[in-house]
Design a protein around this ligand. Structure first.
Ligand code: ARG
Length: 571
């Protein structure tokens, strides 16, 4: 039973004439902890109980006042303010963290259900740039949150590895390409070919037909075209994987757009049979005007298939293959219309699971020196950003301590962690400006700040020594009277709320809920650290305080881990 349930039960047992569920709905956590740990507003009860709210509150306060769950119960106007017995509460939560350890925060809420998380999904032969960080990092955190809640998860990278642009790319390669260059620097080189194609086609329009014919051959599976396409894909994936490795990210499937090339005819046929397909200037569309949307282009006049058709095929395949409970797409808000059209078509096709597919949009990232733009060649590669973060972090560490150990390893954990953390700090739908100063600030609400709090906790534990830490782990034998100060109690309460923050972050598809919560824990830990003497002479006091440090450390580490950020023990 959690504390809210315990509180509701206490009120229920006072026999005030309400059902337990009704009481649960009314119990709240006051914004100001001076009003207690829980409050029970009685306004709504006046009608049912035929009494003035303050009278009801007074009555309840008197009836539950003696319950050992509470240290104090007050009636203030229409409210019952309840203060938990701090020592029991702190003991309870420390025991829980101690026994669950690395698993603290995890649960089996989602047992037996499969959640697909589709994220990152870059286009092959195109730069993996700073803009890709959002889907990649937010998606990875959402996957980790669902995994922590006991769901079976499938991580899919829906690579953009199909479409007429590959006809152009192969065409360009044949005219101006060279194998060595591609091998040396695949993405840059392929991008150059692609750009050259667009320049040349202005004066040689016949290239357009050539490229179209090549793509048609590719779709038919002609050996040479497929070989080149496969090679471009492999080389691109090698570059992407370098970045994924730096970020500590892996996928269960790279079934991208090309994977659905043979699964589209069935979709087209079904749309046709269900009378959803219409001809328009030689192309096939689904008319979405009745739903206030522009038509969805399913098949071009030259017979080639389109992005949305592949997404329809993908949703179907995933349902059949994984029987998902939820199928999540972490894709920029620029594609809102695409996903609205797509879900409407799934609905029209009669898929009763259409709304188990969820588009999770996010805003734009831009750089301080202007928006990022692929079209004008101002591409900022994600790999370069990550490398720079690591280098700058190394400088900061060496500035602070010229003899720091394992600098490279720590700089990697902190530098990359900082970039990831920043990405997950704000509500994801907001546009934001990537700022180096903010990312690497050790004092602000940043990754390094939280990592530093964790490393500080580790350092306290090292100084306390193994024996004390061992004794502190036996929470039953500790005297909790040392942990009821405002700073200690606040920290304990935030640790208690950690599992709920995970649930909330997952349900809202909003990792920042968790990020904000672990920033709170780091801040409360630092306050506790500065305000109180932890490694005191008194053994009993020291053990109790070390136990709280241990719980904070475990929670920070688990929290960072769920965001995809490492927690070094020394910084
Ligand atoms: N490859 C696309 C892009 O870079 C993103 C793919 C999103 N996923 C999807 N199922 N449509 O814009």
């Amino acid at each position: 039973m959690n504390y809210k349930e315990k509180v509701a039960k206490a009120i229920f047992d006072a026999d005030i004439g309400l059902q337990l569920e009704e009481i649960m709905d009314i119990v709240e956590v006051p914004a100001d902890d001076k009003m207690g740990d829980f409050a029970f507003p009685c306004f709504k009860l006046a009608k049912v109980l035929r009494k003035a709210p303050p009278m009801i509150a007074k009555d309840i306060a008197e009836k539950i006042g003696a319950n050992p769950l509470f240290e104090k119960v007050e009636q203030v106007n229409a409210y019952v303010n309840m203060f938990l017995s701090k020592e029991e509460f702190v003991k309870d939560i420390l025991t829980r963290v101690q026994s669950e350890g690395d698993a603290f925060g995890r649960s089996n809420l989602g047992e037996g259900k499969t959640v697909i998380v589709e994220y990152s999904s870059p286009n092959i032969a195109k730069p993996f740039h700073i803009g890709h960080i959002r889907s990649t990092v937010i998606g990875n955190a959402i996957y980790k949150l669902y995994d922590a809640l006991g769901y079976k998860t499938v991580r899919i990278n829906h690579l953009g590895d199909y479409g007429t642009q590959f006809g152009k790319m192969i065409c360009a390669y044949r005219h101006w390409g060279n194998e060595e260059d591609v091998k040396r620097e695949p993405i840059k080189t392929l991008l150059e070919y692609y750009t050259k194609f667009h320049v040349e086609v202005e004066t040689h329009p016949e290239l357009e037909d050539e490229a179209r014919a090549i793509f048609a051959d590719l779709e038919k599976g002609k050996e040479e075209e497929v070989r080149l396409w496969q090679w471009f894909r492999d080389e691109s994936l090698k570059e992407f994987t370098r970045v994924y490795d730096m970020l500590g990210i892996t996928f269960d499937s790279y079934a991208g757009e090309s994977f659905y090339s043979d699964k589209m005819p069935a979709i087209e046929k079904e749309l046709e049979e269900k009378g959803l397909l219409k001809e328009s200037n030689g192309a096939m569309i689904v008319d979405l005007e009745p739903y206030g949307m522009t038509p969805a282009l399913i098949k071009k006049s030259d017979g080639s298939s389109l992005y949305i058709t592949r997404d329809l095929a993908a949703a179907n395949y995933r349902k059949e293959h994984y029987n998902f409970y939820k199928n999540l797409y972490i894709v920029a808000s620029q594609q809102n219309l695409h996903f609205q059209q797509w879900i409407k078509i799934l609905e029209l096709m009669g898929r009763e699971w259409a709304h188990d597919c969820v588009h999770i949009p996010f805003g734009l990232v831009s750089l301080e020196d202007g928006t990022m733009s692929t079209r004008h060649g101002r591409v900022v590669f994600l790999e370069d950003v990550l490398n720079r973060a690591v280098e700058q972090t190394k400088e900061i560490i060496l500035e602070k301590n010229a003899n720091a150990e394992n600098v490279d390893e720590i700089a990697k954990a902190v530098g990359i962690g900082a970039v990831i953390f920043q990405e997950l700090s704000n509500s994801k739908i907001k546009d934001y400006v990537f700022s180096w100063e903010k990312v690497l600030n050790f004092e602000g609400e940043t990754g390094p700040y939280v990592q530093y709090a964790h490393a500080r906790a580790c350092s306290v534990l090292r100084k306390a020594g193994e024996d004390v830490v061992k004794a502190a782990s036996a929470t039953d034998a500790l005297d909790m009277k040392y942990l009821v100060s405002p700073a200690a109690y606040k920290l304990a309460k935030e640790i208690y709320d950690f599992p709920q923050a995970i649930v909330e972050a997952a349900e809202k598809y909003e990792p920042s809920v968790l990020t904000r919560h672990i920033i709170d824990i780091a801040q409360s830990f630092n306050k506790f650290y500065y305000e109180e003497h932890i490694l005191v002479d008194d053994e009993a006091e020291k053990k109790a305080k070390v136990a709280l440090v241990l719980a904070a450390k475990t929670t920070l580490k688990n929290g960072l881990g769920l965001l995809g950020v490492n927690a070094p023990e020394k910084m």
